[in-house]
Design a protein around this ligand. Structure first.
Ligand SMILES: Cc1cc2nc3c(=O)[nH]c(=O)nc-3n(C[C@H](O)[C@H](O)[C@H](O)COP(=O)(O)O)c2cc1C
Length: 165
């Protein structure tokens, strides 16, 4: 089963999160994962993927305008697939990453996706709306959350789409 990670990243922090999220997906047997920038989306891979995880930096307390533009301009093949989100921010005390995630989630629901994080139902490290990191995920605290998000989404995708294993 294929999982795609689509991210926007100007200075590399969200890209590093994306790579860890992909690593987390690959911890689940039978799952392959590829991270791709919004500037270089492989639409063939997207059409085959059962889950897509979206990542953005936090800009002015929301997702980046580049990610919003990507979501607003008719990305193909999202409907009916599982979705998850992650965001990088600069200010751990409330930079707005949760709101960045909710902005992406709103668009993903409008596109007909099934949004999931696992929440607190699958144990620690707890995720709320998705994974959050301060800048690049250098510390274990942030690395673990990215890996956990990928693992949660991959497991749920296998559960929801067993014929595609
Ligand atoms: C235009 C702009 C607006 C930003 N606004 C916020 C913000 O509201 N809150 C915050 O915590 N960080 C903010 N940042 C910092 C970025 O979210 C942070 O540096 C992030 O790690 C960048 O990710 P990237 O390396 O993937 O581009 C902003 C950065 C830019 C360029």
């Amino acid at each position: 089963m294929k999982v795609a990670i689509i991210y926007h990243s100007e200075t590399g922090n969200t890209q590093k999160m994306a790579e860890l999220v992909a690593q987390g997906c690959r911890t689940v047997t039978g799952v392959e994962a590829r991270a791709m920038s919004i500037d270089d989306v492989d639409n063939d891979y997207i059409s085959e993927a059962k889950a897509i995880i979206f990542g953005s930096p936090t800009y002015e307390g929301s997702c980046s305008w580049q990610m919003k533009r990507y979501l607003d301009t008719g990305p193909k093949g999202l409907a009916g697939k599982l979705a998850g989100v992650f965001a990088s921010q600069n200010w751990p005390g409330g930079g707005g990453a949760s709101f960045a995630e909710m902005t992406m989630i709103a668009a993903l629901l409008v596109h007909g996706m099934l949004v999931y994080s696992g929440g607190i139902s699958v144990g620690t490290p707890y995720l709320h709306f998705g994974a959050v990191s301060r800048k690049a995920p250098e510390e274990d605290l942030y690395k673990e959350r990215c890996i956990k998000l990928g693992n949660n989404i991959a497991k749920k995708a296998l559960e929801l789409f067993p014929k595609d294993q």
